[in-house]
Ligand binder design. Structure first.
Ligand SMILES: Nc1ncnc2c1ncn2[C@@H]1O[C@H](COP(=O)(O)OP(=O)(O)OP(=O)(O)O)[C@@H](O)[C@H]1O
Ligand SMILES: [Mg+2]
Length: 263
């Protein structure tokens, strides 16, 4: 059944699908400094939205608003039909639990092994038995190519390996939405590729909705369903990923893409 749903989500035209993330006129400032200036956006179930933009344009802030880590000043954000902004604490908790967040700097618990990093939340929050969580954790480590590293600590892992453990940790909560905030920007090129490959595979296997902040153009073009450029807290351009990268409409997007190609 799940496979049928994923197949439907992947093949139906975007306009016919119900928005999984629905963002309407969202404004957010830090003190007097405006960061998001009226963002409206729909992300359909199963889509991979690639979010690009210059440093400080509000990409991380937008991701954090989507799962309620930041509160917005006005507008509305709904995830899977639940309004994040209006949510009661218990509902917000549900939204957070069904959202995996992968950060640039991994954020693994340093005093726990790779496997313990993965099992702690399923045991403490979902109430899984230690044995079931361990079985699931080992399967996930295998899936991200880290089966041999179950019992080592984060400081004993390379950056790419840490990020793969962080992805497995997010998957252990069986999320319906994954948010990635520059998951490869702290890595050197070879490690980037291994992490991107894992993200690709996760989307292929699970088909869950993803929002990925990344400047990895090859990945964005191949895996992204849509891409958008955020600048000055506004959406400058939004298009199917292939069109966005091959023939952007706005001069600002062209300038931005030239700059990242020459990085
Ligand atoms: N907690 C905070 N308090 C005050 N200002 C903040 C806070 N978090 C972010 N900002 C400011 O909000 C703006 C947007 O920040 P954000 O982190 O969303 O940018 P970004 O697009 O993710 O940038 P980068 O590419 O460098 O990660 C920046 O000007 C930043 O200084
Ligand atoms: Mg950021």
């Amino acid at each position: 059944m799940a496979t049928d749903l994923i197949a439907t989500a992947a093949t139906a035209p975007a306009a016919e699908r119900q928005a999984f993330i629905r963002i309407r006129d969202v404004r957010k400032s830090y003190g007097a400094v405006p960061v998001l200036n009226g963002i409206s956006l729909d992300v359909a179930e199963g889509e991979v939205l690639v979010l690009c933009g210059p440093s400080g344009c509000g990409k991380s802030t937008l991701l954090r608003c989507i799962n309620g880590l930041e509160t917005i000043n006005s507008g509305d954000i709904a995830v899977d039909g639940r309004s994040v902004s209006a949510a009661r604490t218990d509902e917000l908790q549900k939204i957070r639990l069904s959202t995996g967040f992968v950060f640039q700097n991994f954020n693994l618990f340093p005093h726990m092994t790779a496997l313990q990093n993965i099992t702690i939340a399923p045991v403490k929050i979902l109430g899984l038995s230690q044995r079931d969580a361990t079985d699931r954790g080992r399967q996930l480590l295998e899936r991200v190519g880290m089966a041999e590293k179950a019992d080592v600590f984060p400081f004993q892992l390379s950056g790419g390996q840490r990020q793969r453990v962080a992805i497995a940790r997010a998957l252990a909560m069986e999320p319906t939405l994954m948010l990635f905030d520059e998951p490869t920007s702290a890595l050197d090129p070879e490690m980037r590729e291994e992490v991107l490959q894992v993200i690709r595979q996760v989307h292929h296997d699970h088909g869950m909705t993803m929002v990925v902040v990344t400047h990895e153009i090859g990945f964005a073009r191949n895996v992204g369903s849509r891409a958008m450029l955020l600048d000055g807290g506004e959406i400058v351009e939004e298009a199917p990923a292939r069109t966005f990268f091959a023939s952007p409409t706005h001069e600002r997007t062209r300038r931005f893409l030239r700059a990242i190609v020459n990085e």
